[in-house]
Design a protein around this ligand. Sequence first.
Ligand code: SF4
Ligand code: SF4
Length: 342
Amino acid sequence: PALIGPVIADETLWACTTCGYCEHACPIALEHLGKLYGLRQHQVMMEGAFPHELKTVFDNYESQSNPWGLPSDTRADWAKDLDVPLLTSAEQSRQFDWLFYVGSAQSFDDRAKKVARAFVRVLRAAGVKFAILGPQESSTGECVRRAGNEMLFQSLAATLAETLNRLQVARIVTCDPHAFNSLKNEYPAFGWRGEVLHHTQLIDRLIAQGRLQPVPRSERVMFHEPCYLGRHNGEYEAPRRVLAALSKDRPLEFALNREKAMCCGAGGARFWMEETLGTRINVLRVEQALQAQPLVVATACPYCATMISDGLAQKGAAERVQCRDIAELVADALAGPVPAAT
Ligand code: SF4
Ligand code: SF4
C-alpha cells in the first residue's frame, strides 16, 4: 500500500523543516530524516507530486542556480563597490587564507546582502586574506536536496565541486549554515574536501587570536540557534563566545536553546512554501524570544533572519527588538565610531 496518503499525510511529509530535533530527542535513536528525504525524493522524482510553490524554485535553481531565478552573472553585484578580490585561478588560491562562499541569499536578497558586506568589513578589520568566486559561484543545492529533488541537487553539487577543485580551494568560510552543512558534510561525496567554517566560528577564532577586538556595545542580545549550525553540526559555543565579547551584559537565552532550540520554520525548503497548518513557526519562536524581553535577536543564518524579522513584525515588536546577524553586530563593535549602516 502507498505510504503517502494512507499512512503519512501529504501535509505531514512537507511540513518537516528538517530541523533534526526528533532525531536528537528520540530515546531509541531512530533516524527519521533519511527516510523523510527518501519519501520526498519519491514524490518529486517518481510521482511529480510536491507543493506547487516548489516548481518555480526548482526551475530557478536549474536555470540560474539560485531560488529567486535572478541572473547568475549578477551574483557578485552586492560587492561591486567593495573591491573584494575574485578567485579566478588555482595559482591565485595560495594568496588567500579563505574563500568566502557567499551563497544565494547573501548574493541576491537585499537584507542578507548587508550581512555579507558587514562580514567583509569584519574580515578586513582582522587582516584576513580572502576572495569570493563572484560570477563563478553557484548554489550548493542544499535546499533542493531537502526538498527531495536529488537529481537537481547532484547536478548542482557536481558543478560547484568542480569549480572548487579546479580553483584548488582548500578553506571555505560562509555565513549560511545550510551551505556550511552541505559543503562540510555532503561535498566530500562529490569529490571536494576541505576545511569549512561558519562565519561565527572564524570570528570566534579571530577574537581569540586578538585579531578582532570588539568593543562591547550591545545589550540584551538573545541568540536564535540555526539548527544547521547547532543540532546538525554540534556548534553551540562559538556564536555565544562572540556575543559575549560584544555585549555589555550577559547575553540572554531562549528557554529552548542549544540541542533543544526550535527551528525558525525555514529549513527543509519550508522557506519557499506557504504555511497553513497551526501557528506559524516563526511567530512561535518570536513569542518565545519576547518572554525574555531582548533588545536584539541575534541570528547567524540568512533564512533565520528573514523568519525572525517577519515574526517580530507580525507581533508588532519590530520597533523595539532588532534582528541582526552576528557579523553585523561584530562590525558595529569594531573600534572607532559606530559604523554607518552597510
Ligand atoms: S520538523 Fe524537525 S522535529 Fe519535526 S519531523 Fe522534521 S526534523 Fe523532526
Ligand atoms: S533557517 Fe535557521 S533555524 Fe531555520 S532551518 Fe535553517 S538553520 Fe534552522
